[in-house]
Design a protein around this ligand. Structure first.
Ligand SMILES: Nc1ncnc2c1ncn2[C@@H]1O[C@H](COP(=O)(O)OP(=O)(O)O)[C@@H](O)[C@H]1O
Ligand SMILES: [Mg+2]
Length: 243
């Protein structure tokens, strides 16, 4: 049965999709795991980064149980790495699932899909509500990208508090600094206060992912950022091993 890793933040634009795509590549490549990246964000950024056309409007069928989940899965250009793409039909997913009154719908879908994979990585939309509660109920581990700024750190604390008060402190949360600019004193100080967290640098090579439409390590394997994602994946596997 697959282990489920949710790449999540309450905030948007913090590097979730970027991390999800690169972690999925590490899982399938370095770790040789059968890996599924499930893009649950209507923006479809992770799907785009894997070179997908995100105009089909079919993504929500899986949540409505109109189709077998596996029938929507597509291979990527890389071995062992599959994709469940997103599109704008997911933009009201929180409302759709609330209406359907199915608080564990995602978890059940993952149980079905999980039979065919070792690792499933969820690229989650931002927000903290009923939909994110579904992620928290379904995931074995949350990877939380956080830019080293006071507001982003505060949002992380809010998520921790929510997990503690509503989910018994589960699943475990693995924070990762994202978009770190070492020229900024505030960034340097915040990163220095958490020496054990991986820090992904602000780097134009990461923005290039959206031009190449491929994981970072496929075109810049020796970049510092690609190495940091590799280390992050090692941390993820270590955390999963402890469960
Ligand atoms: N470390 C980074 N350095 C430079 N640009 C980044 C970095 N991480 C993300 N980006 C860029 O920032 C934007 C938002 O990233 P994305 O991963 O889509 O965030 P989210 O999924 O949290 O909304 C994208 O244009 C992405 O290319
Ligand atoms: Mg995203």
């Amino acid at each position: 049965m697959a282990k489920i890793i949710a790449v999540y933040s309450m905030k948007g634009g913090v590097g979730k999709s970027t991390a999800a795509v690169n972690l999925a590549w590490c899982s399938a490549g370095a770790s040789a795991r059968r890996t599924l990246l499930w893009d649950i964000d209507a923006q479809g950024a992770a799907s785009f980064l894997f070179g997908r056309d995100t105009s089909s409007g079919k993504a929500k069928r899986i949540f409505a149980r109109e189709v077998a989940p596996a029938s929507m899965v597509e291979p990527t250009a890389w071995p062992r790495l599959d994709l469940l793409a997103a599109d704008l039909s997911l933009r009201q997913l929180a409302e759709d699932l609330a209406e359907a009154d199915k608080p564990k719908r995602l978890r059940k879908l993952l149980q079905t899909l999980g039979q065919d994979y070792d690792r499933i990585i969820l690229d989650c939309p931002p927000g903290l509500g009923e939909l994110s509660d579904q992620f928290f109920r379904a995931a074995d581990l949350i990877v939380a990208p956080v830019p080293p700024t006071p507001l982003a750190m505060r949002a992380l604390d809010q998520v921790r508090d929510h997990l503690a008060s509503h989910h018994g402190g589960k699943p475990p949360l693995l924070p990762v600094f994202s978009m770190v600019d070492k020229r900024k004193t505030l960034h340097r100080e915040t990163v220095a206060a958490h020496p054990d967290w991986i820090a992904i640098p602000q780097a134009s090579v990461i923005e290039q992912m959206a031009v190449k439409r491929a994981p970072l390590a496929t075109f810049a394997p020796n970049s510092p950022a690609a190495k940091r994602f590799g280390e992050l994946w090692t941390d993820v596997e270590r955390q999963l091993g402890k469960l």
